[in-house]
Each structure stands twice: as structure tokens, then as C-alpha cells.
Write a protein that binds this ligand. Structure first.
Ligand SMILES: Cc1cc2nc3c(=O)[nH]c(=O)nc-3n(C[C@H](O)[C@H](O)[C@H](O)COP(=O)(O)O)c2cc1C
Length: 345
């Protein structure tokens, strides 16, 4: 077992005594430090099972979901832990502080988190400068959004701005229209809004492809709280405009699974075990409705290797984790990679 995986169970009780956001800051710092000392050697990982997807070669099917590394400050360290890909962000055109603290809560009884971070980030240009200096060959996705004070009518300008800035350094770009913590953002999922937004982004993507001689795939990240007809409408637009991929799903605004918990009334998105089943259903629905050439990235409630395999069986080509890493630590990475290898052999 690698040193970091062995240490996590000892560190976890201490980290869980800290405020959740402080614990997150400490772990990121510790990870960067361990990496600088060459201690992040994922020696217990199986020989990875590479995946070809989106025209890219992924060293393995497991990625770090957006939100964990909002500023692209530790991409090399995440890759050294064993992730095949790292999605940084969400990044907005201008830096912004996010919502007032506290804004991140643990619900350990449910292996869940509630967050209303509100896209705290250093701005797209700062992340781009950091990504220029990365050493890893892991795939890096740049997740983009709009500033909180940009009205929805002008949202397309923010996404275009970020797409242009990220294009030279990104392996793929994820368009986040599904965070519940930026007022009105999820309204962009309405059929006409998303058609207009994606039409502009696809046109810019073609222009950038010509300018850079390289196609950077553009994926869309969607919410789990969509009804059947909304899913059908979105899939129709994604097929029509030949979106390169879909990331399903973001956090949920539903509190059904955690009803009665003292923190259930906190505003924000719920992630972890309570979102697992719904995310899998949404993945399955999109897989059925989307053209075969459009891959689905499955995320939501993966806390074990078995959960990851379930997402792949539901039609995901790749998977991502966030909350599972908080509850299971880096041991989750080896667990998922072993299970994926076993399932694919
Ligand atoms: C604290 C926190 C911050 C997040 N920030 C973002 C974000 O900035 N952009 C985004 O697309 N998703 C964000 N997410 C959503 C995750 O990427 C993921 O889609 C969701 O948490 C479900 O996966 P999980 O159950 O493995 O956590 C965030 C999640 C958490 C818990």
C-alpha cells in the first residue's frame, strides 16, 4: 500500500474534526508537499487499463471530478495519486470569492456532502498559466462557467471567453450549466438556451481548431434533477449539434435521501452516496438517447470499485469521483482501478 493511502485512515479523524473547507485546504497542501518529496507513488495500483475516448488516450478510466481542484494548483499531484484524468475548475472569466463561509458541510451518516461554494476561483487566466507548467501526461479537462454577476442573457460571452483562454492548454473543455450555486445557471439547460449556447461554442471550437491545428473536445455537464422530457430535449440538442461528450451528473438539489438530517436544510448541492442511484439513471437515459459516438462520463456517488463498475455498465465510458475521495481517501483510487480491470478482463 502506498504511504498516502496508508496514512489517510490515521489522518481522517483529525481532518473530520476540522471545518470541511479547512480540511480540504490542508489535504491539498499536504498532497502537494508529499508530491514534491516524491512520496505519491501509487505502487498498489494495478497495471492501468487505458481508455481511448473523445479522441484522447486516457491512462485509465478514473478522473478527479470538477470542484476539488478549482484553481489547477495540484494537477501533477492528483495524477501521481493514480487518476487517469483531472478536471480543474469551475473557472470563470474573472476571479471571484464565492459564497460566504461556511459553505461546505459533511453528512457522514449518509457519506454525503452539501456545498454552496459558488464558483470560488482565481479566474481562467491564472489556471491557464498553472496548466502551462504541468508535467503530467494525464488528461486534463478545464471546466468553465460564468461569473455570478453576469446575467444569463450574457452568459454565452463568459463561456466563449473561457473556451478561448483554455483551448491552448486543455485536453477537453467541460461546459458547466448545472451547478445549483450560481443563480439561474441551471436555466441554461432549457432547450432553446442550451441550443444557442452550444451553437456559439461549437462555432468557436471550429475556429480554434483551425487556429491551433488540434481539436479540443467540448463536453456538457448536466444536473441529476432533470425530468424525462428535459433529458430527451437535451439529448436532442446534443445530437443535433454533435456535442463531443456529456458529463452526468452534478450535485442534486433534492433532499429526499437525507430528510431529517440536521444539515438537510442547508442550501446547496448534495453529493456522495445519496446521488448515486439518480446519477446512474441519468447516465443510462443519456446513453440510450445519445448517438453512439457521444460518450458519457459518469459521476455521482462513487464510493467503491463496485459503484464505478455500475456506472460503466450503465453506459459511462469514463468515471469521476469527488465525495468518495473525502470519505475513502486515496485508497478509493486503487479500489476503482482494480474493479474496473477485473470487470473488463
Ligand atoms: C465541494 C464541491 C464543489 C464542487 N464544485 C464543482 C464545480 O466547481 N464545478 C462542477 O462542475 N462540479 C462541482 N462539483 C460537483 C462534482 O464535480 C460532482 O459532479 C458531484 O459532487 C457528484 O460527484 P460525487 O458524488 O462523487 O461527489 C462540486 C462538488 C463538491 C462536493
Amino acid at each position: 500500500m502506498s504511504l498516502v493511502s496508508a496514512l489517510y485512515p490515521a489522518l481522517k479523524p483529525w481532518l473530520f474534526k476540522l471545518d470541511a473547507e479547512r480540511a480540504h485546504e490542508w489535504t491539498t497542501r499536504l498532497m502537494r508537499f508529499s508530491h514534491s518529496l516524491g512520496l505519491l507513488k501509487p505502487d498498489e495500483l494495478p497495471v492501468s487499463t487505458p481508455v481511448e475516448c473523445l479522441g484522447l488516450k486516457f491512462p485509465n478510466a478514473l478522473g478527479l471530478a470538477a470542484g476539488m481542484d478549482k484553481s489547477a494548483s495540484a494537477v501533477d499531484a492528483w495524477a501521481a495519486l493514480g487518476f487517469g484524468f483531472v478536471e480543474v475548475g469551475t473557472l470563470t472569466p474573472r476571479p471571484q470569492p464565492g459564497n460566504p463561509k461556511p459553505r461546505l458541510f459533511r453528512l457522514p451518516e449518509h457519506q454525503a456532502l452539501i456545498n454552496r461554494m459558488g464558483f470560488n476561483n482565481p479566474g481562467i487566466h491564472s489556471a491557464v498559466e498553472r496548466l502551462k507548467r504541468r508535467r503530467t501526461s494525464a488528461v486534463v479537462g478545464v471546466n468553465i462557467g460564468k461569473n455570478f454577476d453576469t446575467p444569463n442573457e450574457k452568459a454565452v460571452d463568459d463561456y466563449l471567453y473561457c473556451l478561448k483562454a483554455a483551448y491552448p492548454v486543455a485536453d477537453y473543455i467541460a461546459v458547466n450549466i448545472s451547478s445549483p450555486n450560481t443563480k439561474g445557471l441551471r436555466d441554461l439547460q432549457a432547450e432553446e438556451s442550451i441550443r444557442q449556447l452550444l451553437d456559439s461554442l461549437k462555432t468557436e471550437q471550429s475556429a480554434q481548431e483551425k487556429a491551433h491545428g488540434r481539436k479540443v473536445p467540448v463536453l456538457v455537464k448536466i444536473a441529476p434533477d432533470l425530468e424525462g422530457q428535459q433529458i430527451e430535449a437535451l439529448a436532442r440538442v446534443f445530437n443535433e449539434l454533435a456535442v463531443d461528450g456529456v458529463i452526468a451528473t452534478n450535485t442534486t438539489i433534492s433532499r429526499e435521501a437525507v430528510a431529517g438530517h440536521p444539515l438537510a436544510a442547508e442550501a446547496g448541492g448534495l453529493s456522495g452516496a445519496p446521488v448515486r442511484e439518480r446519477s446512474t439513471q441519468v447516465i443510462q437515459a443519456f446513453r440510450t438517447l445519445l448517438a453512439p459516438a457521444i460518450p458519457v462520463v459518469g459521476v455521482g456517488g462513487i464510493l467503491s470499485g463496485g459503484d464505478a463498475v455500475e456506472k460503466l455498465r450503465a453506459g459511462a465510458s469514463l468515471v469521476q469521483v469527488y465525495s468518495g475521495l473525502v470519505y475513502r481517501g486515496p485508497g478509493l483510487i486503487a479500489d476503482v482501478l482494480h474493479a474496473v480491470r477485473k470487470a473488463s478482463s
